[in-house]
Design a binder for this molecule. Structure first.
Ligand code: EAX
Length: 335
């Protein structure tokens, strides 16, 4: 009996050693072979997400000496909306996400704090908060949702468009059917305005506007411009009602396969591209507004900000309470 046990142990040991030694199907050590990753976004290739992503991919390739290649899938090629992309990222079927933080709060609740309307005063305020301790903590929190948050990039301040009439004050938009992102804070803010808000994936938006099952939507100028919403929307109101950050994140599953040096390099590169990517949108905003006007959109600039703030803010009580009033104040008081 003892002999058999001994022989079995030897056999197990031999198999184990054999398996570890030079087995055919053994994964290469981290950081060795050539790797190809998929990066997905919902916006057009000429939108700042993908211009930033192209720069990021180029630098990662260069810094890994050609070992790590990132292929960009823009325009919703890998999913009909950002929520769907994020689910695929969680599962590891897509590696990198570049998109709005709008749907992220459903996966990582603390991110919702950035969805509060009129939270940010201007771009300088945005940079201070997102690149400071608040931003770092929000990126860190993403770990619990199986995302490795790399950096905050930018979508931009969001503006209302519609096909019905020039909107200046909230009352002008009353009764309109307006698409929002899949985000409960935005839905509540728009409900308070008196519109009929519907949360829909971005991939369906152009078509719904075209067939007029929706009257309007809201997005930053760069999205309105590169997705050519001027073809299906006549009126643009520069409401700037909420700042929409973008996030570059990696699937935790993908992240675990990377060697420490590659992780550090990728993290550093994503952060380094952030100011470049943010600047692209900021620098082209005015020019794109002028072009949208030239293409036939009626642009309303004076939107009487105070009236929008008042109605949207009025619906935020419960959210501010659950997100933490101290945290909201910390953002507001960041100078
Ligand atoms: O991330 O869904 C949206 O309206 C987003 O702003 C857009 O896809 C860019």
């Amino acid at each position: 009996m003892k002999k058999i046990t001994f022989l079995l142990s030897v056999l197990v040991l031999a198999l184990t050693i054999g398996g570890c030694g030079g087995g055919q199907d053994k994964a290469p050590p981290k950081g060795a072979g050539k790797i190809t990753f998929k990066l997905a976004s919902m916006t057009a290739m000429d939108h700042t997400y993908n211009q930033g992503a192209a720069r990021f991919a180029e630098l990662v390739k260069e810094r890994s000496k050609g070992r790590i290649e990132i292929t960009i899938f823009p325009d919703g090629k890998l999913g009909k909306g950002e929520k769907e992309l994020l689910e695929a990222i969680q599962q590891g079927t897509i590696d990198f996400y570049v998109g709005s933080t709008g749907p992220v709060g459903a996966f990582s609740p603390s991110m919702g704090i950035l969805d509060l309307p009129f939270l940010f005063r201007d771009y300088a305020h945005v940079d201070k908060v997102l690149d400071g301790p608040v931003g770092r903590q929000l990126l860190e929190d993403l770990g619990k949702a199986k995302f490795k948050g790399l950096a905050f990039w930018e979508n931009g301040f969001r503006n209302l468009t519609n096909s019905k009439k020039a909107v200046q004050v909230p009352a002008d938009a009353k009764g309109m059917k307006i698409r929002t992102m899949e985000n409960k804070i935005h839905l509540a803010a728009w409900k308070a305005v008196g519109v009929n808000p519907v949360a829909l994936p971005f991939g369906e938006l152009y078509g719904d506007l075209q067939k007029k099952s929706l009257d309007g939507q809201e997005n930053p100028v760069a999205v309105i411009y590169t997705s050519r919403f001027n073809e299906v929307q006549k009126y643009l109101s520069l409401t700037q009602h909420v700042y929409s950050p973008a996030l570059i994140a990696v699937s935790s599953k993908t992240w675990q396969t990377l060697a420490k040096e590659d992780q550090d390099m990728i993290l550093k590169t994503a952060a380094e591209v952030a100011p470049y990517q943010r600047k692209l949108g900021r620098d082209s905003e005015e020019k794109q507004i002028a072009e949208l006007a030239a293409k036939g959109m009626t642009v309303t600039r004076d939107i009487s900000k105070g009236t929008w703030y008042k109605v949207m803010e009025g619906a935020m009580g419960e959210f501010i309470q659950s997100l933490g009033k101290d945290k909201v104040d910390a953002i507001i008081n960041t100078k």
